[in-house]
Design a protein around this ligand. Sequence first.
Ligand code: KIV
Ligand code: ZN
Length: 511
Amino acid sequence: MTDRVYIFDTTLRDGEQSPGFSMTVQEKLEMAHALARLGVDVIEAGFPVASPGDLEAVKRIAREVRGPVICGLARAQRQDIEVCWEGVREAERPRIHTFIATSPIHMERKLRMTPEEVLEAARQAVRLARFLCPEVEFSCEDATRSDVDFLCRVVEAAIREGAAVINLPDTVGYAVPHEYANLIRTVRERVPDSDKVTWSVHCHDDLGMAVANSLAGVQAGARQVEGTINGIGERAGNAALEEVIMALVTRRDVFGLRVGVDTTRIYPTSRLLSALTGVEVQPNKAIVGANAFAHEAGIHQHGVLSDPRTYEIMTPASVGVPTNRLVLGKHSGRHGLVHALREMGFQLTEEEVERVYTRFKALCDRKKRVEVGDLVALVQEGFAAAPETYRLVSFRVTTASDEPPHAAVRLERSGRLHVAESTGDGPVDALFAAINAATGRQVRLLDYSLRSATGGSDALGEAVCRLQEGDRVATGRGSSTDVLEASALAYVAALNKLVEAQPVQTVRTGS
Ligand code: KIV
Ligand code: ZN
């Protein structure tokens, strides 16, 4: 058996289908490129039959992203499989991932099918997928609550029809590690030709054991691990790939296995996902949280200064966490900026560097020392940014303890000024209402957050707005030492995406 574990990323499918994480086609494409740079083996780019936007995203990723296998999800139904093939067919290495539930509760209450009908549907699905596509993965949804004899019959049929990868998901995060390992081992032992396929694990985190279960599955012979960046996904999320990868790398003495990813790309990829979705990871999140490498207690600081290995089992640099604190100031040139950005793992186009440089110079006029956090905020502001259809020209907000806040804004669109004023419940509310009045658009604020990119009262404020217009949702970011300006920039950035963006999410899978 190979000692290589294949990393299957489903951030753009299982991750994206959970509430609050939907992305536009452009955002998905940017994320897929980042995943390819990280070096994952498979990208599950979406669920093509779910919506025209999902199909479009899968097609673009298949056409434009090189390196990993590009995979699409399909229920065990003819239309799903045909649309899925349409999505992935232009990929360098396409894969159709088809699935059907095998647990009694899912078969009886959701599918309303008998076990024999499910078995036949699985057989037909793999046969059709294999007819269309050279590589097929088959999953038994809710495998961990399925009857093991029946599971073996379904898996045997899928292998006979030509599936190359068999996935046994813990769909509802119900398993515990030794039990999940037993399941993988038992099915592998009992099913004929099990050595001809790759066994895959796909675990959800409902009991907080997704990563532990995935690793137990690997020890039982699975060689593909499915998960998401930052562990996003249905309900409590999927197995966090950064944790699985670093466990395999850091404890190679235990697992004796290899992965093909560039671990120094982990942190930039995690940051990109947060920037695109507007959802931050918790500070104490393993590997990528803000505190993952912070040492607060004096005794720990003393130890780390004497020898980092006293309290660090892996280095920040090994996962791409920038460590230099003070970076640049107003005398730094373009070269210094490009060097710093590269050190932080950002590979920007000339156009992007130019935009960051202009914003950096403006920031230097307001702030003496520009730190790593400031630079990250400036770069993130531009991730998957839409063209500046509306541009914030100026704004004024007045607020006092004895009168309602009042805002006036001036926006520019194609050389025309759009001017409006409004009051609101607070200064930010007044500002957003004035922008709505100036643009005349019917947008709804779903989520708004403001945080400080670094410490100190001159810190850059980073605002994130999530807006909805009709069935479209978009996230925008803005940063400034003035938090009201940061908020207005974020709102306008999201608005510009709504003007540009296409809808991506309408139908949802099981999990
Ligand atoms: O959790 C699950 O069972 C899934 C399948 C569709 C693979 O996401
Ligand atoms: Zn899942």
